[in-house]
Write a protein that binds this ligand. Structure first.
Ligand SMILES: Nc1ncnc2c1ncn2[C@@H]1O[C@H](COP(=O)(O)OP(=O)(O)OP(=O)(O)O)[C@@H](O)[C@H]1O
Ligand SMILES: [Mg+2]
Length: 421
C-alpha cells in the first residue's frame, strides 16, 4: 500500500495509550473515512493529571502501543495525529472585522477576516491549537455560515480559539518523537472523539460529548452545527477507583479490578442481597462486601461529576438547549448503568459513543467508547491528508486526488476543514 495513504492516531491517555493505524478511504477528497488496519494499546506510565510528567516513561508506553499497532497493520506512517487535553486547555471567542474589498464578498475577504480574528495575542507560554470560524455577520445580518458571494460592505467573523499550555505541548511532542514518530498535528481530544461519534444532526440540534477519562472528564458542546463550549472537570475514573480504595479498604489494583468486574453506576440496578468476595489482603483474611456498596460509592462520584458537567453547561448558556442529547465516551462510559445515571442528571437522552460509518476495516477493535479518541484522531488525519497536507506538516505528501481542479478542491476543503468541529 502507498505509504502516503496511511494515517496514525495516537491517544496518550493518563491511564492508557492507544495507537491506531488506518488507511484513508472513502469518497476522496469530499468525505474521507478510515479503514482500520491495526490498533495497539499499552498502559500509560509517565503521565500525571493528563500531562506528561516523565518523557522517557511516556515514550516507552507510546512505543509499546505503536509496536502492536504496526505488527497488526504491517506498516507504520512516519508521523501521527496526536491528542492533547488537560486543565491547561483554554477556549475563547475572538472577533474580526474587515471592509469588503469589492462589490461581493470573496474568498479572499473571508480569509482576511478569519486572519484578523485569529491574530489574537497569544501569550508566550501558550500555543494556538485550533481556530474554528463560528459564524459571519454581513453589515448587520448575523448567523451566516458561508458569506461568499453575498453583497455587503462590512464583514465580521466570530472565531472559536482553543489554546494549550506551551510546556505540556512541548513535552508531549518530545515524548512522541522519542518513541520514533513525528507529530503531524496536535488535536484536542474531545474534538477528535466528537468527529468519531457525533452525527451532523446531533450537532445541529445541540449535543454534549462527555468523555469520562481516567484523570478528568472532558466536555464539548455543539449547537447549530458548531463547537460552542469546552470544559474539563478535574475528576474521572481514577477518582472512582480511589474512592473504592478508601471506601472498601482494598489496594489500588484490586479496586480497579473490582470496578471493572462488578461496578455499576446505579445502586438501583444491583440485587441488594448480592455479595462480592474481596481478595485477601494483609491482616484481612477473605472478606465479603455487598455489591450494593460498590455501586453506592461509584454512583456518588459519578453523580458529582455529571453534576459539575451540567453546571458548566448551564453556566455557558446551553442548559436546556441540547435536544440532540448527551453522548458518553472514554473508559468510564463502559461501566453498566452509566448512561442511565447520566440521563437522570441531565434530564435528556444519553447514548454511548460508538464509531460513525466513516470508520471501517477492523472496526471491532475500535467498537468501545474508550477507543473513540484514537479513531477520531485518525479521521481528522484522513481529512488532512485528503487535503494534500496541512500547512507546515513535516512529513506530508499528497495522496492521489482527482487530477483536474485539484487546487480548487483543496481550497474548498480547506474552508470546510476549518469548519470541521
Ligand atoms: N469496564 C470498565 N468499567 C468501569 N470503568 C472502566 C472500565 N474500563 C475502563 N474503565 C475506566 O476508564 C478509565 C480510563 O479511561 P480512558 O482510557 O478513556 O482514560 P485515558 O484516556 O487514559 O485518560 P484521560 O483521558 O483522562 O487522560 C479508567 O479510570 C478505568 O478505570
Ligand atoms: Mg482519554
Amino acid at each position: 500500500m502507498k505509504h502516503e495513504r496511511l494515517v496514525a492516531g495516537l491517544d496518550i491517555g493518563s491511564a492508557r495509550t492507544t495507537a491506531l493505524i488506518a488507511e484513508v478511504v472513502g469518497e476522496l477528497p469530499k468525505r474521507p473515512g478510515i479503514r482500520v488496519l491495526g490498533v495497539g494499546q499499552a498502559p500509560t506510565t509517565g503521565m500525571k493529571k493528563g500531562i506528561v510528567a516523565n518523557i522517557d516513561e511516556t515514550a516507552r508506553s507510546i512505543q509499546r502501543a505503536l509496536a502492536d499497532a504496526q505488527r497488526m497493520a504491517g506498516a507504520l506512517p512516519e508521523s501521527a495525529f496526536v491528542g492533547i487535553a488537560g486543565e491547561h486547555v483554554q477556549a475563547m471567542t475572538s472577533k474580526g472585522i474587515v471592509a469588503v474589498a469589492g462589490d461581493e464578498i470573496s474568498r479572499a475577504d473571508v480569509e482576511r477576516v478569519n486572519a484578523v480574528a485569529r491574530a489574537h495575542a497569544i501569550p508566550q507560554d501558550r500555543e494556538l491549537l485550533h481556530a474554528i470560524p463560528q459564524e459571519y455577520t454581513v453589515d448587520r445580518t448575523g448567523g451566516i455560515q458561508d458569506p461568499i458571494g453575498m453583497t455587503g460592505m462590512r464583514l465580521e467573523t466570530e472565531m472559536y480559539l482553543v489554546t494549550i499550555g506551551a510546556q505540556p505541548a512541548t513535552n508531549l511532542r518530545k515524548s512522541v518523537e522519542r518513541a520514533g514518530l513525528k507529530v503531524r498535528e496536535l488535536v484536542l481530544e474531545p474534538l477528535a472523539s466528537a468527529l468519531a461519534v457525533l452525527s451532523e444532526d446531533e450537532k445541529d440540534m445541540g449535543v454534549a460529548l462527555v468523555e469520562l477519562g481516567a484523570a478528568a472528564t472532558d466536555v464539548a458542546v455543539f449547537h447549530e452545527g458548531k463547537i460552542r463550549h469546552l470544559a474539563t472537570v478535574p475528576f474521572g475514573g481514577a477518582h472512582v477507583t480511589n474512592d473504592l480504595v478508601h471506601g472498601v479498604g482494598v489496594t489500588q489494583s484490586d479496586a480497579e479490578s473490582l470496578k471493572e468486574h462488578y461496578g455499576m453506576a446505579l445502586e438501583t440496578m444491583v440485587d441488594p442481597t448480592e455479595v462480592i468476595e474481596l481478595p485477601p489482603s494483609g491482616a484481612h483474611a477473605e472478606r465479603q462486601i455487598p455489591r450494593e456498596l460498590l455501586a453506592h460509592i461509584i454512583h456518588q462520584r459519578l453523580d458529582e461529576i455529571f453534576d459539575l458537567v451540567q453546571r458548566g453547561i448551564e453556566g455557558a448558556g446551553y442548559g436546556g438547549r441540547l435536544s440532540g442529547g448527551f453522548v458518553l465516551t472514554g473508559g468510564g462510559a463502559v461501566m453498566p448503568g452509566v448512561a442511565d445515571l447520566a440521563a437522570d442528571v441531565f434530564g435528556v437522552s444519553v447514548r454511548l459513543g460508538t464509531p460513525r460509518d466513516l470508520v471501517g476495516g477492523l472496526r471491532e477493535t475500535v467498537d468501545s467508547p474508550r477507543e473513540m479518541t484514537a479513531a477520531g484522531l485518525a479521521l481528522y488525519g484522513a481529512s488532512r491528508l485528503a487535503l494534500g497536507g496541512a500547512a507546515g506538516a513535516a512529513a506530508g505528501k499528497r495522496i492521489a486526488l482527482p487530477a483536474p481542479g485539484v487546487d480548487k478542491w483543496a481550497q474548498r476543503l480547506k474552508l470546510w476543514l476549518q469548519d470541521f468541529f
